[in-house]
Every structure is written in structure tokens, then in C-alpha cells.
Design a protein around this ligand. Structure first.
Ligand code: PGA
Length: 264
């Protein structure tokens, strides 16, 4: 596990975009696992800037989104379909037939649908690089506490805490979705590489448990300790509760002091 500490949320977004861009350049047919939420917004903005500058081509890439609210139509402003199109896909050149987002508008045959999503990931060759945020309760995707660490794509009931965290995105008085379709923790662990981003003090406890705590179903993100290729990119606020925070800060200072040439 690699932990990269950055000064602030903007730098987290830039570093994540730099890593995604270099992965896309190395493998134009990359299969990306994508996340929504406020944390990856800076990364998406930066990727769009690189694309507009002509230095990043997504035309051969494919994507699978982590999750979607159940019961929201694709054009609902709070749906993850809407989020992805307005914040990312409409600014870059993905081929529409290579974009996959769970369909929250389905009304029946949920497990068949979820099994089909898993099969599409497999037939695309599996996810090369999975982007994640983390919830205050340690969830990744909508794998709420006590999700099975071997879980696959399925329907999941949201906790009160997650529903309250999501309320800020909905107009006052609107009904907040109670369920979502989400990739499972097992699905996420199958990705070849995982990049997880966290910013702000409200994530500090979850980040510390995910990185330094025991592996436990109580903190879904702690399952990432089992994955051989995980990078956390976090800002100083999100690193606040790490016992190893000073070490990561020293690495940050050394990275600023020494250019890659000097370290080589
Ligand atoms: P956020 O959500 O980026 O909006 O904080 C992250 C998550 O809940 O996974």
C-alpha cells in the first residue's frame, strides 16, 4: 500500500489525474472503474483539461461506474448517470458504448441485472484501474459497514449516516434514496490497481481505520489492505488521525526537496 500525502484537496485531484492520465497513455484500451461524489471532482476537471489540451485520448478506453441510486431515472440531476455525464463524459471523448453505469431505474430482476454487470466487467477484461472515494463510515462504493468482504455487485440498503451525508446534494424536502446498486468489495478487490482519494477532516477517522486499523467488515475500506496495488492519495486534513502522519509528511517534504533525477 502506498500513501501519498498532498497539501490540499486541489493537489489530491491533480495527483490522481496525473496517475490516471499516465495509465491511459500506457494502455489506451484501459478499463477504468469510476466513482462519483465530491472528492473526485477535481480529478475529473483536471482530466478534462488534459483532454482539451490534446494530450489525453479516451476513445479506446472503457469504464464501469461503482454504483447508482436505486429509483432515480438517468436524467435525474442527483443520479450518478447525470453526475458522470455532466462532470466528466461530456468533456472527454469516451465512446458511449464503452461507458457502463449501473441502471438505477430497473424495477425487477435485480440479482440477474447485478450478475449481468459483473459479467460485463469480466468480458471487458476486468478493471485495470479502480478509482474510489471513502465514506465517513469507511464505505467504498455503497458497501456499507458489515458488507461481506467477498461481496459482488448487488442491491444494498444505505445507512442513515450515508443518507444524511447525501442529503446535501438533494433539494430541501426531497426524498433521499434508501438503496443503491453497488459493486461489491470482492468486485473492487478484483481490479488490477486501486486509487483511493480522501480529503477533509470528516474523512480522517475512516482513513486511519482503513490504512492502520484491523481488516474488518466494520470498515469496508480496510479490505484494501489485502490488495497488492493500492494507492491512497489524501490531503493533510484527511491524514490527521494517522499515527504515521509525520512520516508521510516527511516523505512529502522530501519529494518537494529532491527532484526525481536527484533521487535516481
Ligand atoms: P464524497 O463521498 O466524495 O462526496 O465525500 C465519498 C463516498 O461516500 O464514497
Amino acid at each position: 500500500m502506498l500513501v501519498i500525502l498532498k497539501e490540499n484537496a486541489q493537489e489530491v485531484g491533480k495527483e490522481a489525474a496525473r496517475m490516471v492520465a499516465s495509465a491511459v497513455r500506457a494502455n489506451p484500451k484501459i478499463v477504468l472503474g469510476l466513482a462519483t461524489g465530491s472528492t473526485p471532482l477535481g480529478m475529473y476537471e483536471e482530466l478534462a483539461v488534459l483532454h482539451r489540451a490534446g494530450s489525453l485520448d479516451f476513445s479506446k478506453a472503457a469504464s464501469f461506474n461503482l454504483d447508482e441510486y436505486l429509483g432515480l431515472a438517468h436524467d435525474h440531476p442527483q443520479s450518478f448517470h447525470y453526475f458522470m455525464h455532466s462532470n466528466f463524459f461530456s468533456h472527454v471523448n469516451f465512446s458511449p458504448d464503452k461507458i457502463h453505469i449501473p441502471d438505477g431505474s430497473i424495477r425487477s430482476n435485480y440479482s440477474e441485472y447485478c450478475d449481468g454487470y459483473e459479467r460485463s466487467i469480466k468480458s471487458a477484461g476486468g478493471i485495470d484501474l479502480q478509482i474510489l472515494g471513502i465514506g465517513r463510515n469507511g464505505h467504498i462504493g455503497f458497501n456499507e459497514p458489515n458488507s461481506s468482504l467477498a461481496s459482488r455487485t448487488r442491491l444494498k440498503e444505505l445507512t442513515r449516516e450515508t443518507m444524511e451525508d447525501n442529503r446535501r446534494f438533494f433539494p430541501p424536502g426531497a426524498e433521499i434514496p434508501e438503496c443503491a446498486i453497488t459493486m461489491g468489495i470482492g468486485t473492487i478487490l478484483d481490479a488490477r490497481r486501486v486509487l483511493i482519494l480522501a480529503t477533509g477532516k470528516s474523512k480522517a477517522a475512516a482513513v486511519a481505520k482503513a490504512i492502520e486499523g484491523p481488516i474488518s467488515a466494520a470498515v469496508s475500506a480496510s479490505a484494501l489492505q489485502l490488495h497488492p496495488e493500492v494507492t491512497f492519495i489524501i490531503d493533510e486534513d484527511a491524514a490527521y488521525a494517522l499515527t504515521q502522519r509525520e512520516y508521510y509528511q516527511r516523505v512529502l517534504e522530501l519529494t518537494k526537496k529532491y527532484t526525481p533525477e536527484k533521487l535516481a
